[in-house]
Design a protein around this ligand. Structure first.
Ligand SMILES: Cc1ncc(COP(=O)(O)O)c(C=O)c1O
Length: 363
């Protein structure tokens, strides 16, 4: 079937591999669980895993289904399921596929105790050090550890994890507090592997590196810190979302553009229409003024984003024509900027790129 629609997400594997070398630069003594949940933050989990399998030590996903997708694609490294299991019925596949699981509540521990395992599994006891999302509260951690240690089906020593809520904010005292709360459990020489650091922990909190780091967003070339650019960390964008101009309109001064007429031409001007919209995952909340690259030069989105199209100000490019390339984010246009214009975060923009967009792998 021919799909001539030019809307594409180009996935740059060289950039991805380069970003892994940056992670190693910041955390040279730690192993890496590359976080590729939610289909590799929308980049394609199998594509990402296969491209970096020789450079990392394992992968982190949200759930069993995501882990099985990787195993079926031949990924045989360690895979950690960050939310563990939701239902006891998942346990036989978890054991059979040798998947590591986070354990974050006593219901899971009870299910582990009543299940008959063919072989022991590796667990990561999740400590809630202050994020208050998943994990045992501090006062229940020792009881949880004792219970896991009593279970003969669990590999010893058990492993430990926590997650930061504010590591991207260098002015917040929260990360230091979370670190201290986590370290409390090892002051008496506790054993087992430990993992704490997300991308922000990797670049900004070396004391959190421990045995494994868990980079997500920096793997994809996005700055892990507020008010810093990816370029400052020498990270390269992996996804470039692009399309082409499919129409050019001559608009008179005072005419409004698109649904609801939210933007009015201040002068006689040309407006380009690009083949991408919220049906492709481009954010409908991107405001007029959001930067786009046309022929490699910055111009701006004008009017409201439609399902399949959006309008571009051509006043700075009188030579622009149908078929000219448009980049919405990626090479030359950081997704962090687009996220600000759309009142969201790069994570969400990546995850929302829809199946309608053609994914092209650039080796
Ligand atoms: C438990 C856990 N670890 C690591 C990460 C990776 O975080 P980041 O993408 O900020 O590096 C995530 C992502 O949200 C997570 O939930």
């Amino acid at each position: 079937m021919i799909n001539g629609r030019p809307t594409q997400a180009i996935i740059n594997l060289a950039a991805l591999r380069h970003n892994v070398t940056r992670i190693k630069y910041y955390a040279p003594a730690s192993k890496i669980f590359a976080i590729i949940k939610a289909n590799g933050y929308g980049h394609g989990s199998v594509t990402v895993a296969q491209a970096i399998a020789d450079k990392v030590h394992g992968f982190g996903v949200a759930c069993l289904t995501e882990a099985l997708t990787l195993r079926q694609a031949g990924i045989n490294q360690r895979i950690l399921i960050l939310e563990g299991f939701f239902k006891p019925q998942e346990l036989s596949l978890i054991a059979e596929q040798e998947l590591d699981i986070a354990v974050h509540n006593f219901e899971q521990i009870a299910a582990l105790n009543s299940f008959r395992f063919a072989k022991p599994i590796s667990v990561w006891l999740k400590v809630d050090t202050g994020m208050h999302r998943l994990g045992f509260p501090l006062e229940q951690v020792e009881e949880a550890a004792r219970a896991l240690n009593r279970n003969p089906n669990i590999r010893k020593p058990i492993n430990w994890m926590t997650h930061f809520s504010d590591a991207d904010d260098l002015n917040s005292p929260k990360t230091t507090i979370q670190l201290q709360r986590f370290q409390y459990f090892f002051q008496q020489g506790g054993t087992g592997l430990k993992t704490l650091a997300n991308s922000a922990g990797i670049v900004a909190w070396p004391a959190s590196h421990a045995d494994y780091v868990r980079p997500g967003i920096m793997l994809y070339g996005v700055s892990p810190l507020l008010h810093k650019t990816a370029a400052e960390f020498e990270l390269k964008p992996v996804m470039t979302l692009c399309t082409e101009l499919i129409a050019i309109n001559k608009i008179k001064a005072g005419e409004a553009i698109g649904y609801g007429g939210t933007w009015t031409a201040p002068e006689d001007m040309r407006v380009g229409i690009a083949a991408i919209g919220y049906g492709d995952g481009y954010p409908v909340h991107a405001k007029s003024g959001t930067p786009v690259l046309l022929n490699g030069q910055r111009t701006q989105l004008i009017g409201r984003v439609s399902m399949d199209m959006l309008a571009i100000d051509l006043r700075t490019q009188p030579q622009a024509k149908i078929g000219d390339p448009v980049i919405l984010w990626g090479d030359g246009l950081p997704i962090e900027e687009i996220a600000v214009w759309a009142d969201t975060i790069p994570y969400e923009l990546f995850c929302r790129v829809s199946r309608r967009v053609e994914f092209r792998i650039k080796a």
